[in-house]
Design a protein around this ligand. Structure first.
Ligand SMILES: [Zn+2]
Length: 138
């Protein structure tokens, strides 16, 4: 039996921008400040503000400031409804947080980990961690 699928797995992308002041003499060093796409600075700490003022007051030490785009992405796992009604995240083999029923990443119900490895001789603890047995344990 499978859990009822509620949402599909999806790629989440977040884009952020940093205003860079790169040092002329020490390549690869400098400062970067959180900003919008157009270079408008966001809030910063007192130390960050002091660094920005230093960069602005010493233009001979830095290349002209420029905005760089950063794309951060990750996969948001699918969700499903366990037979007990609890919403579960389908992110590998895991137990339902309410009733303890195990599911795989597709939402299929699994037997408890202590019953896994019957054919291979492998053993797993109650958290699904491999604890021994099988061909690798000679
Ligand atoms: Zn459940």
């Amino acid at each position: 039996m499978s859990a009822k699928r509620l949402t599909e797995r999806k790629l989440i992308e977040n884009i952020s921008y940093m205003l860079h002041y790169d040092r002329i003499e020490m390549r690869g060093s400098g400062y970067a400040f959180d900003c919008n796409k157009d270079g408008t600075l966001r809030s910063m700490t007192k130390a960050g503000a002091a660094n920005l003022i230093y960069c602005q007051e010493h233009p001979a030490e830095y290349h002209p400031p420029h905005v760089e785009e950063y794309v951060h992405s990750y996969w948001e796992p699918a969700t499903a409804q366990c037979r007990c009604g609890h919403v579960i995240t389908l992110d590998g083999d895991a137990p339902c947080g309410s009733c303890g029923q195990w599911h795989n990443a597709f939402g299929q119900e699994l037997r408890p980990p202590r019953e896994w490895g019957e054919e291979t001789g492998e053993r797993f603890d109650d958290n699904g961690n491999y604890i021994g047995g099988g061909d690798d344990d000679c």
